[in-house]
Design a protein around this ligand. Structure first.
Ligand SMILES: C[S@@+](CC[C@H](N)C(=O)[O-])C[C@H]1O[C@@H](n2cnc3c(N)ncnc32)[C@H](O)[C@@H]1O
Length: 379
């Protein structure tokens, strides 16, 4: 049987590693840990957070190319963590795997006695492993798969819970906002009508509704029409954008001066959040044309990719997942001034979109995702 390393190819691993390298050399200002309880803490060297450990592909590449590098690998999916622990067993003393969402980055660092790190990598979205597992319900190709879509099946609520409970307006808003679905209204109405006869339980029921509702000419362009609805539900069930916003805020605060952040996104909603978060530090926080920039308006991030970097043809040929990639990378050049708008990294007011999703909010409150998983193989 083939090993995970043989089956799974991380997307643009060498490019990510090159972008992170200057922050990961042991001669740099590498952050040293405060506590020294586990193996991980007894090894000296720079620290990187792999916020989406997945099957450990990027981490394997980085651990191999930087013999002194230590990695804190986060993943909310227990199955992914198990696979990564096996794949990375040769590096066990330089690796700490944590079961949580990357939005809890600050708690994860505190747990390791750290307040800042040298580098942070995030390869967003679902892994091919999750898409291939029929019973996870992420893929529309498995008609009997339950409409689940949770990345961590031990807590939270399912896509079916939401679809069987929400009002038509909210279903339409979720499909439109998170899936950029043009036919969100007719689809939402068809879902509400169908569930009056029988609650939605499996992927096949939803795929049939999509097939019956989206007009034939629209079905012939832009790939499988179920893709947008499934994406929207996955984003909603896992609060992917909310968690990404929390992560970006914390990542920008948690990387040291001279440290680097690399983010790989595969859909425009995620990339927009990354672009916005980075832009706040790349551009001066002052109107154009000021003769002298006040100290608090000075940029504090360097844009390493000059906007987003796409994969070229050969990279897509090597790994088809790279086709929709948008990669952004920054280096922190100084700490943001605490009084600048850019320096105000923590959002306090709820976004209007959150008010439009009362059922999602209620389901999230009733089914909280446990912050740190217990029983993790390598916690
Ligand atoms: C594209 S895969 C990462 C693949 C990895 N870079 C590799 O080379 O094997 C994305 C991973 O991120 C995890 N993930 C997605 N959203 C997450 C979140 N909010 N917090 C933590 N992990 C998350 C998924 O469970 C999945 O395993």
């Amino acid at each position: 049987m083939k090993s995970v390393a043989e089956i799974h190819q991380p997307v643009l691993a060498a490019v990510c590693a090159d972008l992170l390298a200057p922050a990961l050399t042991p001669t740099s200002e590498a952050v040293t840990p405060l506590s020294s309880t586990a193996d991980f803490h007894n090894v000296q060297g720079p620290v990187l957070v792999d916020a989406t450990l997945g099957m450990g592909g990027h981490s394997a590449y980085l651990l191999e190319s930087h013999p002194q590098l230590r990695i804190i690998g986060i993943d909310r999916d227990p199955q992914a963590r198990d696979l990564a622990a096996t794949r990375l067993s040769d590096f066990a003393n330089r690796l700490s795997i944590v079961g949580t969402t990357y939005g809890e980055l600050d708690d994860v660092l505190a747990q390791h006695g750290l307040s800042q790190v040298d580098g942070i990598l995030a390869d967003l979205g679902v892994s091919s492993l999750q898409l291939d597992e029929a019973e996870r319900g992420f893929a529309y190709a498995h008609p009997e798969a339950p409409l689940d879509m949770r990345m961590n099946q031990s807590s939270g609520f399912t896509a079916a819970d939401f679809l069987n409970l929400a009002e038509v307006e909210e279903i339409a808003a979720v499909l439109h906002t998170y899936g950029e679905e043009k036919f969100s209204w007719p689809l939402a109405k068809a879902i509400v009508k169908a569930r009056q006869n029988q609650p939605l339980q499996v992927s096949g029921q939803l795929v049939q509704i999509i097939r019956d509702t989206i007009p034939a000419p629209a079905r012939r362009t832009g790939g499988n029409p179920a893709k947008r609805t499934f994406q929207a539900l996955r984003v909603a069930v896992n609060d992917e954008l909310g968690d990404l916003e929390r992560f970006l805020t914390k990542a920008l605060a948690s990387v040291r001066v001279g440290g680097r952040i690399v983010v790989e996104s595969y859909q425009s909603l995620e990339d927009r959040l990354v672009k916005r978060a980075f832009a706040a530090g790349i551009h001066p926080a002052a109107p154009k044309g000021l003769p002298v920039l006040p100290e608090q308006a000075q940029p504090w991030l360097r844009d390493l990719t000059h906007g987003s970097r796409l994969a070229d043809e050969s990279e897509v040929a090597q790994n088809p997942r790279a086709a929709s990639l948008r990669l952004r990378a920054v280096e922190k050049t100084r700490e943001p001034h605490p009084e600048t708008r850019a320096g105000n990294l923590v959002r306090t007011k709820p976004k209007p979109a959150e008010k439009r999703f009362p059922t999602l909010m209620k389901l999230r409150a009733q089914n909280p995702v446990r912050p740190l998983d217990e029983g993790d193989p390598r916690d």
